[in-house]
Design a protein around this ligand. Structure first.
Ligand code: SAH
Ligand code: SF4
Ligand code: F3S
Length: 473
């Protein structure tokens, strides 16, 4: 039991990658993993601090482990990830049952910290330290595992940290300053992933298009990196997330237009449509500049799908600011949007300087209005796909065979039946799920031998969240 680990991950793709690396490293050190926390001698939470809710969720899970920790004397409870850096040793005061606090910049030492906590019977804490960058790079470069659930797709970290300091955001504080990984190391990792059968790679960074690696007189930007990774045989699709509007240059648009493996997809958060709020957020662009960029992208890369993020209820957001956000959403016509209610983060500029003055009820209402508006846009734009043939990478069996009964009203029952796992549509066929180059989710009834392949399908029906398709013979 001592060597058995239960690991739970919250937060973004950065955390999921960190969790994969922790799993790999601990596996090499002789640990085994269990999905049953009750069977574990080590419990690890990889935590997120981006909103208070993300912290509350894991703090309550940690709280529930107090009694067990009192009973099982050798149990080690480790808190890794962004909240470990944000709260540091204060976590021991909040929850005395915590044994290890390990920030994102120290995950290469997690095994050592666990061993020391156990043998010295003393709490261990390791916070971010810029001196550890080369050890972190070694850990990233050592990556061999991929996500078992999605063997044909992988995220690949190209940079760590963030330098933007948007006034509401905790990420630069918990993940540290921006560091771009060496291009050779990234290309080697992409090659290894392709050798293992990965067909689609998503390059990952908090502001991925700010990627910039200097070595002597050569500077490698994201456009150059895409061109290098593009050369790898076996790889069929490339994406990159998340882009920061101000750092988007013509060379990157040209790379998207010219490199056939680079998908017609951008995740480009606007956060707000009001110039006054954008300035208070320290985003350093206006709604007009953002719209210009979208227009240039649509000219250079026809059919490009754009995903976005918005925060509602930022301090001082008045009705007219919110209206401007709705207007931006209508003009961009996003493929999908992530919408968040402002959550004050201690230590950030917005929290220090501005009162969280938008009432909870107003935040809730604005959030719902944006969700409804986006749903209307997604539904209309998805319906335009009906009758078209699109290319999808088939990811695997659909985990949720009733996807089509989403939020857009009841599905056509006959079609639902034909998509059901037990449906008699075609002997040996099951419900599969895949994605288009524009990242639209597609569900189809087909034989499982299509999994892992890129195939053309014809869209026969659409909801706001999903395209329903049939194989093209
Ligand atoms: N680096 C990415 C994403 C960072 S966090 C980017 O810049 O786009 C993901 C999203 O969480 C952000 O885009 C933002 O919309 C939201 N977010 C960040 N801090 C927040 C806060 N304090 N309250 C509510 N939402 C927040
Ligand atoms: Fe946070 Fe802004 Fe950096 Fe994104 S760009 S991680 S929102 S500070
Ligand atoms: Fe990601 Fe949350 Fe950290 S969004 S970078 S895990 S604060």
């Amino acid at each position: 039991m001592e060597q058995t680990v239960y690991l739970e991950t919250l937060g973004c793709q950065m955390n999921k990658l960190d969790a994969e690396l922790i799993r790999q490293r601990l596996g090499q050190e002789g640990y085994r993993f269990t999905l049953d926390a009750d069977q574990a001698g080590v419990i690890i939470f990889v935590t997120c601090s981006v909103r208070q809710r993300a912290e509350d969720k894991v703090l309550s899970k940690i709280g529930q482990l107090r009694r067990r920790h009192d009973q099982q004397k050798d149990l080690i409870l480790a808190v890794a990830g962004c909240m470990a850096e944000r709260l540091g040793p204060a976590l021991f005061d909040l929850h005395p049952q915590v044994d290890v606090v390990c920030a994102p910049g120290r995950i290469h030492q997690l095994g050592e910290l666990i061993a020391r906590a156990r043998h010295e019977r003393r709490r261990q804490v390791a916070l971010n330290d810029p001196a550890e960058q080369s050890a972190l790079e070694d850990l990233d470069a050592s990556r061999r595992q991929t996500d078992a659930d999605h063997p044909f797709m992988a995220y690949l970290r190209v940079m760590r940290g963030c330098n933007k300091f948007c006034s509401y955001c905790v990420v630069p504080y918990v993940r540290g300053r921006e560091v771009s990984r060496p291009p050779e190391s990234i290309v080697a990792e992409a090659q290894r992933l392709a050798d293992r059968g990965v067909k689609e790679i998503t390059l990952l960074g908090q502001t991925v298009n700010s990627y910039c690696h200097r070595n002597g007189t050569t500077t490698v930007r994201l456009a150059d990196l895409l061109a290098r990774v593009h050369e790898i045989a076996g790889l069929e699709r490339l994406r990159f997330v998340t882009s920061y509007p101000r750092d988007f240059d013509e060379r990157l648009l040209a790379a998207m237009a010219d490199l056939p493996k680079v998908c017609e997809y951008l995740h480009l958060p606007a956060q707000s449509g009001s110039d006054r709020i954008l300035a208070a957020m320290n985003r350093r662009y206006t709604a007009g500049q953002y719209l210009d960029l979208i227009e240039r992208a649509r000219q250079r890369v026809p059919g490009i799908a754009v995903a976005g993020d918005f925060i509602v209820g930022f301090p001082g957001e008045r009705e007219e600011d919110f209206e401007a956000t709705c207007e931006l959403m209508r003009r961009v016509r996003y493929k999908n949007c992530f919408i968040f209610k402002y959550s004050p983060r201690p230590g950030t500029r917005a929290d220090g300087d501005l009162a969280d003055d938008v009432p909870t009820e107003t935040k809730r209402r604005r959030n719902q209005i944006l969700l409804d508006l986006q749903e209307e846009i997604s539904l209309a734009d998805n319906q335009a796909f009906v009758g078209q043939t699109v290319e999808i990478l088939v990811e695997g069996p659909s985990k949720n065979p009733h996807l089509d009964e989403g939020r857009t009203g009841p599905a056509d029952p006959a079609y639902s039946r034909s998509l059901g796992r037990s449906g008699p549509a075609d002997s040996g066929s099951i419900q599969l799920v895949g994605r288009t180059r524009g990242d639209h989710i597609v569900v189809l009834q087909a034989r499982p031998d299509r999994i892992g392949r890129i195939v053309p399908v014809r869209v026969v029906r659409a909801s706001a969240l999903t395209l329903f398709a049939e194989p093209v013979r």
